[in-house]
Design a protein. Structure first.
Length: 156
């Protein structure tokens, strides 16, 4: 897949692939094992603890299976528009996105956008799915979109 070229204002779009994280799947499976043990280790009466422990294990397996079954997605971040107010041509799997924002929590990247119908789209890249070089490219691609808070290019 082609990487982002963000050093020039008229650069090519940034193309990223999202896929389920193996780290997240491992964490979900670990919690699936630990949650029933925590319930059984509590002072909850046994007739209530066993069904609750079973429910926690089943729900954990459902969440892990759902996450593992998510299909890879293709994100295209278009360069920032040259004119203020011009639409940005971002897309996810070929469908246009609006109000695309990326937030960072250490090495984790979180995409938040609206699809064509106005529904919220959220994706999270973990370090195993977005290597350091690609994280840097995504940071640079999003940095070109930051609009100055001042409309004047120079001090009065």
């Amino acid at each position: 897949m082609r990487s982002c070229a963000t050093s020039l204002p008229g650069s090519a779009p940034c193309r990223l692939e999202w896929r389920p994280s193996r780290w997240l799947l491992a964490a979900l499976l670990l919690l699936t094992v630990l949650a029933p043990l925590a319930v059984l280790g509590s002072e909850l009466p046994r007739p209530l603890a066993w069904p609750l422990a079973l429910a926690a294990a089943v729900r954990g397996l459902q969440l892990a299976r759902r996450e593992a079954g998510r299909a890879p997605r293709q994100l295209v971040l278009a360069p920032a528009p040259r004119q203020p107010g011009a639409p940005c041509l971002d897309s996810l799997d070929g469908q246009p996105l609006q109000d695309c924002q990326v937030r960072w929590r250490g090495p984790l990247a979180f995409l938040d956008a609206l699809d064509r119908e106005g529904r919220r789209v959220r994706l999270a890249w973990w370090p195993d799915t977005l290597p350091a070089a690609r994280r840097r490219e995504l940071r640079l691609a999003m940095a070109t979109r930051v609009v100055s808070s001042s409309t004047r290019p120079m001090a009065p």
